[in-house]
Design a protein around this ligand. Structure first.
Ligand code: CP
Ligand code: NVA
Length: 306
């Protein structure tokens, strides 16, 4: 059993600018030299209470490439799904494996898991945050722009988990960030306040506006996500109406820099939050971005599990 305090990865708020930049740097190195037996004999338990393509496959492949093993655990098959307490699950898994990655609903659940686990817990997405995604986003932006300072990233749409993590990531590395979202769909106020506090130190600017054109003005990076996240399926119709003016399309991108890049965490709904002309067009880097999940998470696993 571990004798030094374990480190969780639940939100980027818990990590310094230097640590975040270190993960990105390590990710570039791992991309160059992907197969390294750094986690030989180690196992990662991966609990999924929601669907996933990228998170599951990148974590599972990443563990294998580092010489370790990953277990896919659907909450439907775990006793957790039949009501076993999350605290018991945490204590039991701590006796078998070296880390837990979980995708769940309420952020309080992952905090509960982390509190009772004696091994690192990694956030594979909660309703509040998606920090692994933001790390991949940063690596992608760095590869595209070669810097963070002076780069403007504009996020359009729902002030959701992806928006929260991207905003904190931007604030941490000193990147300018604007979000254009309809009234009532802004990011959570306390998250905005945290980002503003961090931005004050790093020199980033953070702005939350309701006008999509103002948000994307002179942006280097345009980013969007689905309008209805997992767990919000019943709100799909009302959200399509509320987000109507926030679609990333040929008209809106005219207000960004002419050499803008388009990002999306995926999965995407073509002709809802983004048109096919944009996501499948020459400015899009969404598949490089998706691949970067693998590289940044390996850097994270290497750091947390070894
Ligand atoms: N972006 C992302 O987390 O994708 P998945 O839902 O497929 O894991
Ligand atoms: N906001 C989306 C992201 C999916 C990767 C969701 O939570 O469903």
């Amino acid at each position: 059993k571990k004798t030094v305090a374990k480190r969780d990865f639940l939100t980027l708020l818990d990590y310094s600018k230097e640590e975040i930049l270190y993960f990105i740097e390590e990710a570039f190195k791992l991309e160059e030299n992907p197969i390294q037996p750094l986690l030989k004999g180690k196992t990662l338990a991966m609990i999924f209470e929601k669907s996933s393509t990228r998170t599951r496959v990148s974590f599972e492949t990443g563990m294998l490439q580092l010489g370790g093993h990953a277990l896919f655990l659907s909450s439907q098959d775990l006793q957790l799904g039949r009501g076993e307490p999350i605290s018991d699950t945490a204590k039991v898994l701590s006796g078998y494996v070296d880390g837990i990655m979980i995708r769940t609903f309420g952020h309080d659940k992952i905090e509960e898991l982390a509190k009772h686990a004696t091994i690192p817990v990694i956030n594979g997405l909660t309703d509040l945050f998606h920090p692994c995604q933001a790390l991949a986003d940063l690596k992608t932006i760095y590869r595209l722009k070669g810097k963070f300072e002076g780069v403007k990233t504009a996020y359009l749409g729902d002030g959701n988990n992806v928006a929260h993590s991207l905003m904190i990531a931007a604030a941490k590395v000193g990147m300018d960030f604007s979000i254009g979202c309809p009234k009532g769909y802004e990011p959570e106020q306390w998250v905005v306040e945290e980002a503003l506090k961090i931005a004050k130190e790093t020199g980033a600017t953070i702005s939350i506006v309701n006008d999509p054109i103002e948000a994307v003005k002179d942006a280097d990076i345009l980013y969007t996500d689905v309008w209805a996240s997992m767990g919000q399926e019943s709100e799909q119709q009302e959200r399509i109406i509320a987000f109507k003016g926030y679609q990333v399309n040929d008209e809106l991108v005219k207000h960004a820099k002419s050499d803008y890049h388009f990002l999306h965490c995926l999965p995407a709904h073509r002709e809802e939050e983004v048109t096919a002309s944009i996501i499948d067009g020459e400015h899009s880097a969404v598949f490089e971005q998706a691949e970067n999940r693998l590289h940044v998470q390996k850097a994270l696993l290497k750091e947390l599990l070894s």
